[in-house]
Design a protein around this ligand. Structure first.
Ligand code: UD1
Ligand code: UDP
Length: 365
């Protein structure tokens, strides 16, 4: 079987690494290369610290094809990807195209494949924020609607698809990001010295990431978030996404000393920063779940989340971007000494073998 994997943005490198490893293990167990995987990197993310470091650190097979599309408006970027992915698929004639998550690279991979009648397998199918102003929500809905295999991370995702009348090809496999955290935390413990380098003590600091369009493109929301950060009583470490750095520009200099802005960090360093954080404040999808896996309370800087189980379990407070609401949530978690509820479920995202299940589904297909 020949798979073409289409990826392009940071979280997709983390997810694809887990599945590529499972593909290699499958071939090893079979004693032959029964599955061939070729990785196509759209070039959506291109800075070394947003792309290359992940391939180096996670030992993802080098993308044999890098389309180097780069940044652009939604239409321009997605359109350029679509045209180039189509050429690749016509040349490669894969049995299946594997896509991840909800970025413009996901959308382009899905559309290019389905138009050529190549089955699409979507990892992280069925997630919904029910906010169609989010570019990611449109990307997910379209990707799901043209996918043959819908590989869901959660029971909620399966329910969302069922509610939309989709039940064929739907598989609850668990979350590949959990596989990735389990596998890489051991490596990170040995190799990362990020806490020492930043002079941080475990559980003494907060960690934040901000990059969602709804926050970076709305000055009042970004101001609300940064206003809250400057009023926190502990240092907050902020590995800053290039999008947010560009938006803030000179405004970065007005932040107080307690807000420690650093460049995006490699994945293993990020895992250690998350594990030892006292609390995480983020608008990222992946980081919300990583907080839970490390038993760290999370304040989500959005008006809704796709990972509703975390909020229901009391591990995550979804507060939006107003300073007073952010500070209130931080205070509430501090009142609990930044400890998650004892009775929280611990198996919300599968058993750490999602990638193997995905490979099994691909083989069945
Ligand atoms: C994209 C995804 C988002 C995902 C995020 C992960 C879409 C619509 N959005 O958002 O769902 O959560 O990736 O991080 O696909 N830039 C650089 N260097 C880079 C990459 C980006 O400077 O290597 C800057 C450019 O100014 C670019 C901006 O960041 O215009 C936004 O990049 P883009 O890939 O369009 O969206 P993200 O915000 O990264
Ligand atoms: N991440 C990282 N370094 C950083 C910020 C994030 O390695 O400086 C990792 C993070 O641990 C998670 C993934 O990138 O595995 C999440 O990506 P991002 O927040 O960009 O996208 P989202 O999950 O919101 O789509």
């Amino acid at each position: 079987m020949k798979i073409i994997t289409v990826i392009g943005a940071r979280p997709q490198f983390v997810k694809a690494a887990a599945v590529s490893r499972a593909v290699s293990e499958h071939n090893r167990a079979a004693g032959a290369r029964t599955i061939t995987e070729k990785i196509v990197h759209t070039g959506q993310h291109y800075d070394d610290n947003m792309s290359k470091v992940f391939f180096d650190e996670l030992h993802i097979p080098r993308p044999e094809i890098n389309l180097e599309i780069g940044s652009g408006s939604h239409g321009r970027q997605t359109g350029a990807m679509l045209a180039r992915i189509e050429e690749v698929l016509l040349n490669e004639t894969p049995d299946v195209v594997l896509i991840y998550g909800d970025t413009n690279s996901t959308l382009a991979g899905a559309l290019a494949a389905v138009k050529l009648h190549i089955p699409v397998a979507h990892v992280e199918a069925g997630l919904r924020s029910f906010n169609r102003r989010m570019p990611e929500e449109i990307n997910r809905i379209v990707a799901d609607s043209v996918s043959t295999l819908l590989l869901c991370p959660t029971a909620t995702a399966v329910e969302n698809l069922n509610r939309e009348g989709v039940d064929h090809g739907v598989h609850l496999v668990g979350d590949v990001m959990y596989d990735s955290v389990l596998y890489n935390t051991r490596l990170a413990e040995k190799s990362s010295d990020i806490l020492d380098r930043l002079g941080l003590e475990s559980k003494s600091y907060y960690l934040s990431t901000i990059h969602r369009a709804e926050n970076t493109d709305d000055p009042s929301r970004l101001t609300g978030i940064l206003d809250a950060f400057s009023r926190l009583t502990r240092p907050i470490v902020l590995p800053l996404h290039p999008r947010t750095r560009k938006t803030l520009g000179a405004g970065l200099e007005t932040l107080t000393d307690r807000v420690r802005v650093i460049d995006p960090v490699p994945y293993l360093d990020m895992l250690m920063l998350e594990k030892h954080a006292r609390m995480i404040l983020t608008d990222s999808g992946g980081v919300q779940k990583e907080a839970y896996w490390f038993d760290v309370p999370c304040v989500t800087l959005r008006d809704e989340t796709e990972w509703v189980e975390l909020a229901q379990a009391g591990c995550n407070r979804v507060v939006g971007a107003e300073a007073k609401n952010i500070l209130q949530a931080v205070r509430e978690f501090e009142t609990l000494n930044a400890v998650l509820p004892e009775n929280r479920p611990t198996d919300l995202y599968g058993d750490g073998h999602a990638a193997e299940k995905i490979v099994e589904c691909l083989v069945q297909l």
